[in-house]
Write a protein that binds this ligand. Structure first.
Ligand code: UD1
Length: 418
């Protein structure tokens, strides 16, 4: 039975929401558990569909995985299966993160090409080139990335671009390599720091977490650990945009506000009053938002995952905004759905120009990925009438308790079964 959301436009969102662990961290931390024989415990995990899918991937490799609410326990055997080609692999992007740990531990990995959001071309050349520098032979054959090595050795690696996934895979292979690896132009996302912290607790020797140069001194073996996932900055930012768009007043807890410094500054420019709290922030918007330009870049730049919210906000702001997408070109497909809702927006290559309108108008719309889906719900909250948002399984991959949280903040949202 398919379900969709019916979102009633018009009201302000007011209240407090608690954000749990980051989707883009927990899945990688689960992959990192492959690096140590024994039982690793991960807490503050979001209860989203990608977590049981990742658990299935790890089970197919020989791990025992127990999911108990926000706690995931992974028991990794001495001998791992090196073939990760189960059905679950094709359903999420982060599954590719088992590549580095498998090469590190087994010296062999056959990993089915990952699935995940359809947000544009997502090649693996930097992952493979990094592993080749560490001494592995790597090819893509029959829909799988294959990497094999006699033994991995430290190397100097320069990434063409600070790719999150390539940094994670190379890092997780390098921690067990013989000698020192330097990854230059590494990604600096808070989720990378989170993995580094967990790997350090496991006994890895890593310097430079959170900078663009990661130095890894390989060790013989790692030990299992217990680790708490960092709060989901993308979910936290979603609520910040919801406050700005609905002229609301939302307090978000469970996120490090400094992970969102630039986002909160952009919302201040749009006219919001922002207070930074110890474990979150509060965004109050009293008047119509003012138009602001956004440019997506790797962290600490404005996250590409927040681009749909930038477009949704701009579509109801006073003035014209330019949004530039530098990472995933297909994300602008979101604009086609926004146009159904009456947005005045058009694209030219990497740029979108959005002229704010007084009010959006309700329409049936289709979510194409997690963030686009959440962006359509926020837009629906600013439209006249009831907006039907279809393909909501995308949204539920990234937002635990989304409808419940919206209702708590005063929104009228229904889950409709068809
Ligand atoms: C991760 C996030 C995703 C986020 C993205 C950028 C997960 C599961 N997903 O995706 O939500 O939008 O970071 O913050 O954590 N590239 C190459 N070759 C490669 C690897 C990447 O050309 O080998 C390119 C990509 O096409 C893209 C850019 O590098 O244009 C950034 O991609 P990357 O940082 O690797 O994103 P993901 O790790 O896939």
């Amino acid at each position: 039975m398919s379900e969709h959301f019916r979102v009633q436009g018009g009201g302000r969102l007011v209240g407090e929401v608690a954000v749990v662990g980051a989707k883009n961290s927990v899945l990688k931390l689960m992959a990192a558990a492959l690096l140590a024989e024994g039982t690793t415990t991960i807490t503050n995990c979001p209860e989203i569909l990608d977590v049981p899918l990742m658990a299935d991937v790890l089970r197919s490799l020989g791990c025992e995985v127990v999911l108990d609410g926000s706690v995931v326990t992974i028991t990794t055997p001495k001998e791992l299966n090196h073939r990760a080609d189960s059905e679950a692999m094709g359903k999420l992007r982060a599954s590719v993160c088992v590549l580095g740990p498998l090469v590190g531990r087994c010296k062999r990995a056959v990993v089915a090409l990952p699935g995940g959001d359809a947000i544009g071309n997502r090649p693996l050349d930097m992952h493979q080139n990094g592993l080749r520098k560490l001494g592995a032979h790597s090819e893509i054959e029959h829909g799988c990335v294959i990497a094999e090595a006699e033994g991995l050795h430290g190397a100097q690696i320069w990434l063409d671009f600070p790719s999150v996934g390539a940094t994670e895979n190379i890092l997780m292979a390098a921690v067990l390599a013989n000698g020192t690896t330097v990854i230059d132009n590494a990604a600096r996302e808070p989720e990378i720091v989170d993995i580094c912290v967990m790997l350090q607790q496991m006994g890895a020797k890593i310097e430079g977490a959170g900078t663009s140069t990661l130095t890894v001194h390989g060790v013989e073996s790692l030990q299992p650990t217990e680790h708490r996932v960092i709060g989901d900055r993308i979910v936290g930012a979603t609520w910040a945009f919801a406050a700005a768009m609905t002229r609301g007043d939302i307090t978000v807890r469970g996120v490090d506000p400094h992970h969102l410094d630039l986002v909160l500054e952009k919302l201040r420019m749009a006219g919001a009053e922002v207070s930074v709290l110890e474990d979150g922030f509060r965004v109050v918007q009293n008047d119509r938002p003012r138009s602001v330009d956004f440019v997506t870049l790797p962290y600490p730049g404005f996250a590409t995952d927040l681009q749909p919210f930038a477009i949704a906000l701009s579509s109801v702001s006073d003035g014209t905004s330019m949004i530039t997408e530098n990472l995933f070109e297909a994300r602008f497909r979101f604009i086609e759905e926004m146009v159904r809702l009456g947005a005045d927006a058009r694209t030219d290559g990497h740029h979108a120009v959005v002229r704010g309108v007084d009010r959006l108008s309700s329409a049936p719309v289709w979510a194409s990925d997690i963030r686009a889906g959440a962006g359509l719900v926020l837009a629906g909250l600013c439209a006249d009438g009831a907006t039907e948002v279809y393909e909501i399984f995308h949204i539920e991959r990234g937002y635990p308790g989304f409808v419940e949280n919206l209702r708590k903040l005063g929104a009228t949202v229904e889950r409709v079964s068809a």
